[in-house]
Design a protein around this ligand. Structure first.
Ligand code: ADP
Ligand code: ASP
Ligand code: MG
Length: 418
């Protein structure tokens, strides 16, 4: 007997028929003798719909009230799944974030889980009851509802798995594993049997939304065994223990499993960043700090940064990217500080995409970036910004060229499968 946390994403929970299928998958795990907790997402599209209502109410909405609104999607699906399980004759109940409780900090809209009190949950699971937990939500020290950032149900699942000391955390989604790149963009993407925590962390952080970044770092820290697999399976499909999904493994485990690692593990695209340029800033100490200090204080994550000094004028243009969801606040903050910072114009463009190639093999191989620039240039794709680290290279391009760029690079690095 094992203790298993199963997580089902939005597409898997979209509508009565799909929730019924999820209930059957859960029932089968329990019938196999396992203790089961389930973490669910809102129905596909629901969170987007709720976010839109917030934006329409007030573009500079109060994040605490945003959380009240967007957390509701998961409340609906957790109750519905509990009902479907009961209809199949299982003992089941829902546990809202504050009922578990899943304690977070008070950074509304991007809260971090601080602690999960799992005693009541574990007692309920041990009694044969299936615990159904809405993902994405928690409770702040103030007692108010929080959410964990988009895609946060993955993190809820891993955190619950760590708290109940689960043997495994199975992430059921609408693809059957982690691929070399988004299989919806590149038909020739290949499924990875195993991927290391480090590689998955990098891929997730640059836009492979199959797992939320925080869920991967938490799994790595807590040593939770995570598997990604498809919920779109027939009733007579083999049990999760034998389904060929993707297992997230440690470096040491991987060495025993796969000696022939590729140079590049994967390619990711991220359309959720916006580019801001401040022109003609004085080239003096403190100028850049005046821009990024207030953004950090407002909890806005800046990603790519480039600064280019016009030697003749002693002035510089500063270009950087922020999440699109923070664009309005960033613009408001910088507008307020126009005189202190001393820029001439602020230009914003949300029609950009960041394309990243990731691979630990880069540490020992030169030329990865050069291959990327050449392949993009051959297709006439213009690069607006570049950043590199030890195991990844990212470029910012026009959003309309995202799919083309990913396909071209997948071929250029000889990653295409059948
Ligand atoms: P869920 O609602 O189950 O959480 P998501 O939409 O958040 O599902 O994540 C699954 C999606 O991630 C897939 O449908 C796929 O389009 C996308 N994706 C992006 N990169 C990858 C990748 N490298 N491997 C697999 N899926 C990927
Ligand atoms: N429903 C939330 C979202 O769409 C959380 C999740 O599905 O992981 O971002
Ligand atoms: Mg997701």
């Amino acid at each position: 007997m094992a203790r298993i946390v199963m997580k089902f994403g939005g597409t898997s929970m979209a509508g009565t028929e799909r929730i019924r299928r999820v209930a059957r998958i859960v029932q089968r795990q329990q019938a196999a003798g396992h203790e089961v907790a389930v973490v669910v997402s809102a129905m596909a599209g629901e969170t987007d719909r709720l976010v839109n209502f917030c934006r329409e109410a007030n573009p500079l909405y109060d994040p605490a009230e945003y959380d009240v609104v967007v957390a509701s999607g998961e409340q609906v699906t957790s109750g519905l799944l509990a009902m479907h399980l009961q209809a199949l004759g299982c003992k089941a109940r829902s546990w809202l974030g504050w009922q578990v409780p899943i304690k977070t900090d008070d950074a509304h809209a991007k809260a971090r889980i601080e602690d999960i009190d799992a005693d009541a949950l574990m007692a309920s699971m041990a009694s044969g009851e299936i615990a159904v937990i809405p993902g994405f939500q928690g409770v702040a020290p103030t007692g108010r509802v929080t959410t964990l950032g988009r895609g946060g149900s993955d993190t809820s699942a891993v955190a619950v798995a760590a708290a109940v000391k689960a043997d495994r955390c199975d992430i059921y989604t609408d693809v059957d594993g982690v691929y070399t790149t988004d299989p919806r963009i590149v038909a020739k993407a290949r499924k990875l049997k195993n991927v290391t925590y480090e590689e998955m962390l990098e891929l997730a952080s640059v836009g492979s939304k199959v797992l939320q970044t925080r869920s991967v770092s938490l799994a790595m820290k807590e040593r939770v065994r995570v598997q990604v697999l498809s919920s779109f399976i027939d009733d007579d499909a083999p049990a999760a223990d034998t389904i060929p999904g993707t297992m997230i493994v440690s470096d040491e485990e991987l060495e025993g499993l796969d000696m022939e690692r590729q140079l590049i593990t994967g390619i990711a695209a991220d359309k959720n960043e916006a580019k801001i340029t401040l022109t003609r800033i004085a080239d003096r100490p403190g100028a850049v700090a005046a821009i990024f200090g207030p953004l950090a204080a407002a909890n806005i994550n800046v990603d790519m940064i480039i600064q280019n000094i016009a030697k003749d004028r002693g002035e510089t243009d500063v270009t950087f990217t922020v999440p699109i969801s923070d664009l309005a606040r960033t613009q408001a903050l910088l507008e307020e500080r126009k005189d202190t910072i001393g820029y001439y114009r602020m230009l914003a463009n949300s029609k950009v995409a960041k394309i990243t190639v990731v691979g630990v093999g880069m540490r020992s191989h030169a030329g990865v970036a050069a291959t990327m620039f050449r392949a993009l240039a051959d297709r006439g794709i213009n690069i607006q910004a570049i950043t590199t680290s030890e195991i990844k290279v990212s470029v910012l391009i026009d959003e309309d060229e995202t799919e083309l760029a990913v396909r071209v690079l997948h071929t250029a690095y000889e990653m295409d499968g059948e």
